[in-house]
Design a protein around this ligand. Structure first.
Ligand code: UDP
Length: 328
């Protein structure tokens, strides 16, 4: 790996902070960039940190002049599906517009390697399971469309400016750093595992199950939960891949195994030793019944292997962080 700086845009976020930790653990000079709107200063604790809003082109230029940047990991985005439908302007402006600013600063500064935080939701409603990278991309919400737009733009930036990229299409990021130095911290929190943990900790009365009539074994949605540190490690492997001359490409990152909402609740009860009250309601709009990824390509081409494939282990790390964070 190079001596130059690796820029982590969004390094104060959930996944970005794990990426920054993993980079510094491997002795890489890491620069976190964040505007701290949804990221948290407390999580920007690895490497150098620069406050910067990607909307601010002047500030971006300053940073690319101050640091010799070898590659950019881009994890800055708004990620709430519901909000993206209510406020598409905000999502296109930040997730697409500000990404253009970042890419332009890279092109201007001659930075040629880009690892992009994409999502399995760019596939839309799955036509077959497990989902591979060749599955058609037909996103069904604004958030996912912003991610697909960036993937599309990257092909043009490669053709015109020679910028190589890797799109990492995450399935359901979950868990927390094993040492509980960082973890999931969203405001508001909408994700299943932290909400179940809130219920386990007595911070909320119950967990609501969105839909019990799906065509799945127990009627609840099935998702592929992947540990956040495994995701972070994949970023380093993606960079290695690009540094060794790998062609621009996309890789799924998932466990290849699905767990239903009820299974996640049960596993959480086992891990925490607490009973979790459940309320059943109707379906949440836009939720596919099952999302399970094949990560065979990442395993073969990046040499990636999840180290935390077990759901209970994932929940155990999330619980440790949750207790430290909420002091319960
Ligand atoms: N879910 C649920 N209750 C909640 C939050 C989520 O039943 O309070 C379900 C949701 O419908 C989905 C799964 O849990 O099937 C995972 O949802 P999450 O929001 O964590 O991730 P997503 O799959 O939407 O990216």
């Amino acid at each position: 790996m190079t001596d130059n700086w690796i820029l982590v845009a969004g390094g104060a976020g959930y996944i970005g902070s794990h990426v920054a930790k993993e980079l510094t653990r491997h002795g890489v000079q890491t620069l976190t960039l964040d505007n701290f709107v949804r990221g948290h200063r407390e999580l920007a604790r690895w490497g150098a940190v620069e406050e910067c809003d990607l909307a601010d082109k002047t500030r971006l230029r300053e940073i690319f002049e101050k640091y010799r940047i070898a590659a950019v990991f881009h994890l800055c985005a708004f990620t709430y599906v519901g909000e993206s439908g209510q406020n598409p302007a905000m999502y296109y402006e930040n997730n697409v517009g500000n990404t253009i600013n970042l890419l332009n600063a890279m092109a201007e500064g001659g930075v040629q390697r880009f690892v992009f935080s994409s999502t399995c939701s760019t596939y839309g409603e799955p036509l077959e399971i497990p989902i591979t990278e060749t599955h058609p991309q037909n996103p069904v919400n604004v958030y996912a469309r912003t991610k697909l737009m960036v993937e599309t733009m990257l092909k043009d930036y490669e053709r015109a400016y020679g910028m190589k990229h890797v799109n990492l299409r995450y399935f359901n990021a979950a868990g927390a750093d094993e040492a509980a130095e960082t973890g999931e911290w969203h405001e508001p929190e909408t994700h299943l595992i932290p909400l179940i943990l809130d219920a386990a900790a007595g911070l909320r009365k119950e967990i609501t199950i969105f839909g019990t009539d799906y065509p799945t074994p127990d009627g609840t949605c099935v998702r592929d939960y992947i540990h956040v540190t495994d995701l972070a490690r994949a970023h380093l492997l993606a960079l290695d891949y690009l540094e060794k001359g790998g062609a621009s490409d996309a890789f799924n990152l998932g466990n290849g195994k699905g767990f239903s909402v009820r299974e996640v609740i049960k596993a959480t009860e086992k891990v925490t030793g607490r009973t979790i009250a459940v309320k059943e309601t109707g379906r949440r709009a836009g939720d596919p019944a099952r999302l399970i990824g094949s990560s065979a390509k990442a395993k073969k081409m990046l040499g990636w292997e999840p180290r935390y494939p077990e759901l209970e282990k994932i929940i155990e790390t999330a619980w440790r962080w949750h207790r430290k964070f909420n002091k319960k």
